[in-house]
Design a binder for this molecule. Structure first.
Ligand SMILES: [Zn+2]
Ligand SMILES: [Zn+2]
Length: 94
């Protein structure tokens, strides 16, 4: 069973069968982000995939790898501005 280490808390996470490069998996210990996994020469590595909840509907939105504060995300037909505080992204009404 391939495993990755969570870059945030260092937990070892088993990848479910059928996991492919670029898939998202959850760390059981960490809220506020998922892990984007990638196979590299037979080894699996994980990077943080930050998530924010929509201020309007609470849906969890996964941010692209290059997301940064000030970017906008869209949900519910509106745009929200990303902020980054205390190690986590949040979305607020633009
Ligand atoms: Zn973790
Ligand atoms: Zn929404």
């Amino acid at each position: 069973m391939p495993v990755v280490r969570c870059p945030d808390c260092d937990a070892v996470i088993e990848l479910p069968p059928g996991t492919r490069s670029g898939d998202l998996v959850e760390c059981p210990n960490c809220a506020g982000h998922a892990l984007r996994v990638r196979e590299d020469a037979g080894r699996w590595v994980a990077t943080l995939a930050h998530q924010v909840s929509c201020p309007n509907c609470d849906k969890l939105l996964t941010l692209p790898e290059d997301a940064k504060p000030g970017d906008t995300v869209e949900c519910c037909g509106r745009s929200y501005r990303l902020t980054f505080e205390y190690g986590a992204f949040a979305a607020e009404e633009a």
